[in-house]
Design a protein around this ligand. Structure first.
Ligand SMILES: C=C(O[C@@H]1C=C(C(=O)O)C=C[C@H]1O)C(=O)O
Length: 298
């Protein structure tokens, strides 16, 4: 996997990554899982499916993914920090030569790889080395992206962001012994974050197709700043931050049968969710977009 160096505090745009056939038809679902659409049976169908992938439809998918991310954070917040989950010396070697969370993620990914998870180009493993091959019959995922996209995987940055910055903001200090469940919850959070952030590849493809004459000079000049400026929509980002804070309030409130709902007490602090998006999720999604665009003419 190409590991892209990324500083969470200062963007030092990294080196590179891919594309392909573009969807061109109206999918029945207004929020298409674009990469999981079945391959069309005929050129006519391909034509019409490609038309269904628009910036609007991708944004709707990102909005739906907000729900998944916020619920995953709420579930992780059921447990306190549970630091032994992350302590390399907690599990005696040679059972595991790393932390419990590392082993749970790695071994779950190996099982899910056999079940075909990573045959879907929307999925990116955290431990891509030596993953077993899929044992399930191949599914013909429609190719949407330019082929170099396959080499873009910034999960190492997502891992560092999650464990070094994010977790401490929403997990209460403490230890209740539920380390395996804690690690399983971390995995769900990581996978939801990874899927959302790598969606930047699709967003970049659509933006490129909509305005290739604007993007091409910046791509040829390898001008990361210009690409970042072209792909950034500040008003959309502001709306995302407000909406996720609101969702965290709605999804994370205590609900009782009396009329004394404690609306001021939330399972995950809405301002933390907003900050997660503003400081990390959206910058990383834009980083993926830049990396994708830089390889778009390869
Ligand atoms: C994903 C997009 O690109 C950028 C990144 C955004 C995000 O990660 O949510 C939002 C707006 C853009 O600045 C988009 O335009 O929707």
């Amino acid at each position: 996997m190409t590991t892209i160096p990324f500083s969470l505090t200062s963007f030092s745009p990294p080196p590179p990554l891919f594309s392909s056939v573009f969807l061109t038809s109206s999918p029945p679902n207004p929020i298409p899982e674009v990469l999981t659409l079945p391959s069309p049976q005929s050129p006519t169908k391909l034509q019409s499916m490609a038309n269904g992938v628009t910036l609007e439809s991708l944004r709707l998918s990102l909005i739906r993914q907000e729900d998944t991310i916020i619920f995953s954070l709420i579930e992780r917040a059921r447990f306190p920090t549970n630091s032994p989950t992350y302590n390399e010396s907690y599990v005696p070697t040679p059972t595991f030569s790393c932390s419990l969370v590392h082993s749970v993620v790695k071994e779950t990914e190996a099982l899910q790889a056999k079940a075909g998870r990573y045959a879907n180009p929307e999925e990116h493993p955290f431990f891509p080395d030596n993953l077993p091959p899929s044992v399930v019959p191949p599914y013909n995922f429609t190719e949407v992206l330019h082929p170099p996209a396959a080499s873009i995987n910034i999960n190492k940055d997502i891992w560092d962001m999650y464990f070094k910055k994010l977790l401490q903001l929403f997990a209460a200090p403490g230890d209740d012994g539920n380390y395996a469940s804690t690690a399983a919850s971390d995995l769900v959070c990581l996978q939801a974050l990874s899927r959302r952030i790598h969606y930047g590849k699709l967003v970049a493809e659509v933006k490129f197709r909509e305005s290739s004459e604007e993007y091409e000079p910046a791509i040829r000049a390898k001008d990361r700043d210009a690409l970042m400026k072209l792909l950034t929509f500040e008003s959309v980002e502001e709306a995302v931050k407000k909406r996720v804070a609101k969702k965290a309030m709605v999804f994370g409130q205590e609900v009782t049968l009396n009329n004394d709902d404690k609306k001021e007490k939330y399972k995950v602090d809405p301002s933390v969710v907003s900050r997660l998006y503003g400081d990390w999720i959206m910058p990383l999604t834009k980083l993926v977009q830049v990396e994708y665009l830089l390889r778009r003419l390869d």
